[in-house]
Each structure stands twice: as C-alpha cells, then as structure tokens.
Design a protein around this ligand. Structure first.
Ligand code: NAD
Length: 381
C-alpha cells in the first residue's frame, strides 16, 4: 500500500504525521511512502530528507490524496480534506469524533475508512500507538518551559557570590500523563514541586519523582476520586471545598501553578479561582493545560497569555505539542507507524483491517460505508 502525508492546513500547526525515519520503518512493513512538498518543513524535515528516505514528493494536496491508499495526518480533516477521500481509502488522524459527527458521516458516505488516533484504546498493548499520551507528555514538559520563560527567577535555589537565590515553588494540579511530565521537568530543573490529584493512587508516583503530594484533611477512602479505567470522576461538594481550601492556603506561597485536571467527556473542573489568582505574588505564572476544555483557572483565556492587574501571568495556549514540532512529529509518526504495523501483520504491504482486534476496532470510526463510533468497550485491559 502507499502511505501518504499531506501538509497540515490548520493555521499554526507545525507537526507532520510522517518523518523520514518513520517512512523507512513503514517501508519495512512492505509499504511505499509519499508526501506533499513542504509537509515536514515546519517540523525540521525538508523534502530532500524525505527523498533520501525513498519517499516520493508530490506537489499538491490533490496529488497526494490521489496517490495514497492510506492518508496519515495530525489534525482532524477539514470539510475540503474529507472531499478528497474516496471509497476504499483509509484516513488516520486525530478526529474528535464526538465533536465532529458531520465530518465522520461525510467520510462514511464516501466509503473511506477513518481511524481516529484519539480513539486508540488506552490499554497496555496499545501504549505505543497512544498519541494522546505522547502529546500530553510533550505538553507537560513544555508547560514548565513556558512557565520558566515567563518567570523572572531561577527554578533551582543557588548560593552565588552575588547573593542567595531561593528555589521556585511549583504546584502541579492533576497528575495524569501531562501532570507527571510537568512534575518530572520541574523537579529536574530544581524547583520545589508540589502536586495534587483526586486519584490517591498517584501519590506514590509523584513522590518517587521527587515531588511532594498534597494531602487533604480527609479520610483516605473519601479522598478517592477515581472512576473506571484510571480516570477521575466529579468530586463531591465536600471534597471540592476541602481541595479549594487547600489551594487557597497554597496560593500566596507558590510561584508557578501548572493545571492539567480533566474529567473525561466534561468541561474542565474550575480549581484555581479568581481569589487564588489575586492572592498570588506578582511575577507568578499559571499555565492552564486544560484551556481547551474551558480551563482549570477561572481567568484563563484560551490560546492567549494575559497578565492580571496584580502581575500574575496566565498562559492558556493549546498548541504546546506544535511548539515542539520536531519532537512531537517524531513521536506522533512513531505512534502511526505502530498502528500500521498492527494493520500489516504479515509485513507484506497488505492491510488486514481486523475489526475483531480491540485496538483496530476501537480506533475505527467509519468502515465500509458505516459510522462505527462509538466502539464497544475493549475486551482486555
Ligand atoms: P486526563 O488528561 O483525563 O486527566 C488529567 C488528570 O487530572 C488525571 O490524573 C485526573 O485524575 C486529574 N483530575 C481530574 N479532576 C481533578 C481535580 N478536581 N483535581 C485534581 N486533579 C484532577 O488523564 P490522562 O493523563 O489521560 O490519564 C488518566 C489515566 O489514564 C491515568 O490513570 C493513566 O495512567 C491512564 N492511562 C493509561 C494508558 C494506557 O494504559 N495505555 C495511557 C494513558 C493514560
């Protein structure tokens, strides 16, 4: 089969779904590769690098869609991109199927198979294809770097000839994939790092990374905010009050707050209130990784950086992986390559779209003219 990657058309998107390295790996599965000219440029991969990896370079998106049997891209397709699809063709990309019903139906009508990278089941076997995790890891790292860039002091404490410098105090709210990456980055830069999550099982992980888990004055079993599958559920009003009281206590003391708290299929919980922002010291920084889902901080403005009257910077960017396009493309292209390996079990360039396979079934949202979303729950953990 021919695997093709177009240039991303979403404004400001720098990532690309195929790298020269992933193309070489796809060829080992018996496939050939094609890319639209300039598709990798913003991620640091020029046409010559693809050509050196035996990738055919075509001059337009139309030519790319025409040539490819499987189209691999990053962002959900636009209406125009869906128009390029044809019967028997496969599209692999992020899709947000619950929010893009019409696009999904249009793709099904065309007879194209669509695999949504954001629907890959989060089971152990599929970790290598889990683009939500690989991108969240980058977002967590970059959130700390972005905070540092907007913070006027060191992270680590220092004793220098010019004076003693106290370490920065960083609070990470939500210790999922992005939060743990933020904690690791913050501790490795030498900051005193505190972290909180409603799921008490992450306390050990947080502490093993050199951070301090913030406990509430709650009985242990009442602190458990876990729901099924390792995700959080909505907190009880009592728990939420205890959490907010703890944050109010910490607000004047912390320099940087990174919020990453999410509950599946809901708006982000509001956890960092206006009075907490007001209580923070001038020069403090908040990075709200939940901005796309409404934000954990009341004052966050999506895709913007604002500075409050009391001098607190609040960053609501939603494009952290794209800001690290080379790394993000490398990891995303590897996620795609692993999915292609599952789709090509004989490594002979022939795709076996096995709808009995949990991972393939879970990610497939249109197939044989049908919408196949939502999928049944996976059979194995
Ligand atoms: P997420 O992005 O949905 O949420 C981020 C974090 O916010 C979670 O840790 C959640 O507990 C926390 N949170 C929610 N409400 C909160 C509140 N009020 N206060 C503080 N924190 C709050 O989560 P995620 O990063 O996608 O990961 C969630 C789970 O999925 C984890 O258990 C992770 O280990 C698991 N996971 C498994 C796989 C796999 O097996 N393939 C892959 C990725 C993640």
């Amino acid at each position: 089969m021919k695997i093709g990657t177009p240039k991303e058309i979403f404004e400001g998107e720098n990532r690309v779904a195929m790298t020269p390295e992933s193309a070489l790996q796809l060829q080992k599965l018996g496939h050939s590769c094609v890319i639209e000219t300039g598709a990798g440029a913003a991620a640091g991969f020029d046409d010559a690098a693809y050509e050196a990896a035996d990738v055919e370079v075509v001059q337009s998106a139309a030519a790319l869609y025409e040539a490819a049997d499987v189209v691999a891209k990053v962002r959900p397709p636009s209406e125009d991109e869906v128009k390029h699809l044809r019967a028997g063709q496969t599209l692999i990309s992020m899709f947000n199927p619950a929010g893009n019903t019409e696009l999904m139906e249009a793709a099904a009508e065309k007879g194209a198979t669509v695999m949504a990278m954001d629907m890959v089941p989060r089971i152990s076997r599929a970790q290598k294809m889990d683009a939500l995790s690989s991108m969240a890891n980058i977002a967590g790292y970059r959130a700390v770097i972005e905070a540092g860039n907007n913070f006027g002091r060191f992270f680590t404490g220092q004793i220098t000839a010019a004076g003693k410098v106290p370490p920065a105090k960083v609070l990470v709210v939500g210790a999922g994939v992005a939060g743990l990456a933020a904690i690791g980055t913050s501790t490795s830069l030498g900051a005193i790092t505190l972290a909180f999550d409603v799921r008490p099982e992450v306390a050990e992980q947080v502490e093993s990374m050199g951070a301090e888990f913030v406990y509430l004055a709650f009985e242990e079993e009442q602190q458990d905010g876990s729901a099924s599958g390792g995700y959080a559920s909505v907190s009880s009003p009592e728990f939420r009050e205890a959490q907010l009281a703890k944050f109010r206590e910490l607000a004047p003391d912390v320099d940087i707050v990174i919020t990453t708290a999410l509950i599946p299929n809901r708006e982000a919980p509001e956890l960092w209130t206006e009075d907490m922002v007001q209580a923070m010291k001038p020069g403090s920084v908040i990075v709200d990784l939940a901005a796309e889902k409404g934000g954990n901080c009341k004052l966050t403005k999506m895709d913007e950086k604002i500075v409050t009257d009391n001098g607190v910077t609040i960053i609501g960017y939603t494009d952290f992986p794209s800001r690290m396009a080379t790394q993000a493309s490398t990891l995303y292209a590897t996620n795609i390559r692993h999915l292609m390996a599952d789709l090509t079990p004989e490594k002979d360039g022939v795709i076996d779209h096995d709808m009995e396979d949990d991972v393939i079934r879970g990610a497939t949202i249109t197939h044989e003219k049908e919408v196949t979303f939502p999928p049944p729950p996976p059979k194995v953990a």
